[in-house]
Design a protein. Sequence first.
Length: 94
Amino acid sequence: MKFNGTGDMIDALEYPTTTEEIIANHGDAELELQRGTERVGDVLERLGQEEFESPEDVRLSVRSAVGHKAIGRRFYSDRDPTALGETGPTPLSL
């Protein structure tokens, strides 16, 4: 994931700050993901209302809340079970 300049924006925020303040002022900033882009506002809306004490708190939250466009092949794993709430391929035993 590339922050596309949003990293500088995150550093420049006055802390503490909230998801609501970031979305209102910078929600249209785009993150470049492996398979497309996603708006910062859309990512942070998934988290609900949070208060951030530092830029690193915001970065960790954004990284944890990006959608499926941030991963490689969706549902692919030769070891992990399908995650809760997901439906993946039917396992095949060889």
